[in-house]
Design a protein around this ligand. Structure first.
Ligand SMILES: *[C@@H]1O[C@H](CO)[C@@H](O)[C@H](O)[C@H]1NC(C)=O
Ligand SMILES: *[C@@H]1O[C@H](CO)[C@@H](O)[C@H](O)[C@H]1NC(C)=O
Ligand SMILES: *[C@@H]1O[C@H](CO)[C@@H](O)[C@H](O)[C@H]1NC(C)=O
Length: 383
């Protein structure tokens, strides 16, 4: 945000310099003759710069207004979760147990596309956008629900409260299978430790170990590299630059490929150019250490009931694009917290996968979820 004001300030300079001009010209008219055309060229350039700087954000804003209405998924519901807040819930398929999917840090429900399609042939599968992301717009007027005072905005405690209200308001059948990736896995754990009777199976995909944020190298990577790169993306969305880069093909959506519909591609482009969505993505990353700390406290305070079955899905590394020593550290801490908190969890390893597995290697995840659904359905029938 500070960067934007700097850009505006530097942009004002040619205009101010021009205003001083008439005063300077008075003493010597002759010398000024040559300078007038020079000055007018500068003025013209200044005006052009103004146009170039202010038109893209304006056009971007106008396009976002239109796209926000057109691109809302047809099966999607805007559910009133109370206190003037509405959240976007997208359920496909019919039957029980319901499968609820919670996306990775800063991502919208679209990342679950393939998994949702595949499992929806067996039962009802629901995705949603966390508050501030995707189509779940945050209403700033009504922030005084009390929970954000206890947990803080954009942290797991607040998100789980939102998810609980959403599932309650939408009348989702219980118990359900709760699946979360990264931040979604933190949410899944927090939710299940508090509302254990509502969750029959907890599936953790690429769970973030809480202790990782105590490591200095990880802190340096997270707040020194990852968060600033997301802030640049937010700034780029706000200035309309992202829209331009998308049109030029420099910036691309994460979920692509032959089986991804044009509508889903357009929706991701809309979110890439949407500063509100990008700002929430930054917040979720920025406060991830707070979220992890909340989950660690809850885990210690209230261990999981033995009724809930836990499974963990991980790939070869946390993220193939970060240095190997960081990946090794995450793997070591992951193993430690899983042994301590979920000793009887069923562990599934997906070869060649990392944190992008939900949309890059969806079939292995779908296969596991289908198995869980079959098991629960068989149990229901035998009872
Ligand atoms: C804020 O919450 C109150 C009480 O639930 C509600 O009546 C009001 O409409 C909400 N305001 C907005 C802007 O949604
Ligand atoms: C696309 O879907 C078809 C049919 O469901 C499947 O056979 C194919 O492997 C999928 N392609 C990719 C790249 O996922
Ligand atoms: C999370 O990180 C921020 C910034 O580095 C720090 O101020 C805060 O105390 C940390 N919170 C926890 C729970 O460690």
């Amino acid at each position: 945000m500070r960067k934007r004001t700097e850009a505006q300030a530097s942009n004002n300079e040619p205009v101010n310099a021009d205003r001083k001009d008439p005063v300077q010209r008075l003493p010597s008219q002759a010398k000024a003759e040559g300078r007038v055309s020079y000055r007018s060229v500068l003025t013209t350039i200044g005006k052009c710069l103004l146009v170039i700087i202010f038109i893209p954000p304006f056009l971007n804003y106008a396009s976002l207004q239109r796209e926000g209405q057109v691109l809302l998924p047809k099966d999607g519901h805007m559910v009133d979760v109370g206190l003037g807040q509405k959240m976007h819930l997208l359920c496909k398929g019919k039957g029980q147990p319901v499968v609820v999917l919670d996306a990775p840090t800063g991502m919208s429900s679209d990342v679950w596309l393939h998994v949702q399609e595949s499992v929806a042939s067996l039962t009802m599968v629901c995705t949603y956008d966390r508050m501030g992301l995707g189509f779940s717009k945050r209403q700033m007027q009504n922030e005084t629900t009390g929970t954000e005072k206890v947990w803080g905005l954009s942290t797991t405690g607040r998100m789980v409260d939102d998810l609980h209200r959403l599932l309650q308001a939408a009348g989702i059948a219980k118990p359900f299978i709760l699946v979360g990736s990264e931040l979604g896995a933190l949410n899944g754990r927090f939710f299940t430790h508090i509302h254990d009777v509502q969750v029959s199976d907890l599936v953790l995909i690429d769970p973030i170990p809480e202790d990782v944020f105590e490591d200095n190298q990880w802190k340096e990577y997270w707040w020194g590299k990852l968060v600033p790169s997301l802030q640049v993306r937010q700034f780029s969305a706000a200035t309309g630059l992202s829209r331009l880069l998308i049109i030029l093909g420099v910036m691309e959506p994460a979920v692509t490929g032959e089986n991804v519909s044009e509508e889903v591609i357009q929706r991701q482009k809309y979110l890439l150019s949407n500063p509100a969505h990008q700002s929430s993505a930054v917040d979720e990353h920025y406060f991830l250490n707070e979220s992890a700390a909340q989950v660690r406290d809850i885990t210690k305070f209230k261990p999981l009931s033995s009724r809930t079955a836990v499974s963990v899905i991980t790939g070869d590394s946390f993220d193939q694009e970060i240095p190997e020593h960081l990946n090794q550290m995450v793997a070591r801490l992951q193993k430690k917290f899983l042994e301590e908190s979920y000793p009887s969890a069923n562990h599934i390893h997906i070869k060649g996968a990392d944190r992008r597995m939900i949309y890059k290697k969806p079939s292995a995840i779908s296969q596991h979820l289908r198995k869980l659904v079959h098991q629960r359905q068989a149990k229901q029938q035998s009872e």
